[in-house]
Write a protein that binds this ligand. Sequence first.
Ligand code: ZN
Length: 287
Amino acid sequence: MQNKFDPSHPTIVTAFLTMIAIAIGTTFYLKPAAHSKASIPTLTEPTDQIALPPATATSDTFYAPILMYHHISDTLPAGPYVIRTKVFENQMAWLKENNYEVITYSQFYEALTTKTLLPEKSVVISFDDNNKNQYQNALPILKKYDYKAIFFIPTAYVDKREGVMTWEMLKTLVGDDMEIGAHSSTHPNLTVIPKAQLYDEELIGSKKILEEKLGISVKFFAYPGGAKSQSVMKAVENTGYLSAATTIYDPNHSYTENPYRVPRIYVGNSMENFVDFINGRNLHKSY
Ligand SMILES: [Zn+2]
């Protein structure tokens, strides 16, 4: 009697089983590939090629808006740097609904300097000036969404002025895995002060006290009032910072961009402007 599984005499049954095996094999082969493709940014390569993380950048520019906040308050008079709490919450919700991935400044810096790709819709959240209302109004919302942000702190006024976060509050931020950067000591225009003050007090002094008081390594800086010059940028580099954020408004970055001249995005109370700015439209529209 003929063995119907004899490979030298393939029958319809063996052909059918072979097709099933191929189908199963194809399914298992393709599924992980499709998943990997979905979890990394779109690449400018044929769709049949799979790039596994860490993917190397294929173009010179990348999109990663860094949002710049100052006050999150419902009691201060309206102004260009005062965001109402509900507006801030709506902005965080918008990021979630629109599939943005909130990354840390450290992750942004890593991608910039190693020329690797970030998730396609990455966004960084930053706060300047150490206003206490950031702790009171923004932090609970950040925690609700599990978003990490960087807080740039002018150090001279901690525990010395009303309306600013205390060292204890800053320790809480660190405990919540928020990042801390320096924003000078006394928040002067760094381009016009004596060199000794620039180095000793504003750059070295602010970094040192943050590191001592909070037990962290401070790697990043933000220019007070956005004021910078070539010599100030060089001083920030010379004093051990890895990168510094500016008030140059752009959601796009270049892999060749100076890490001491990192653009951010202004954020106001208008949701329409928020969406515009995050998409790189009308960046200098009046607020
Ligand atoms: Zn400031």
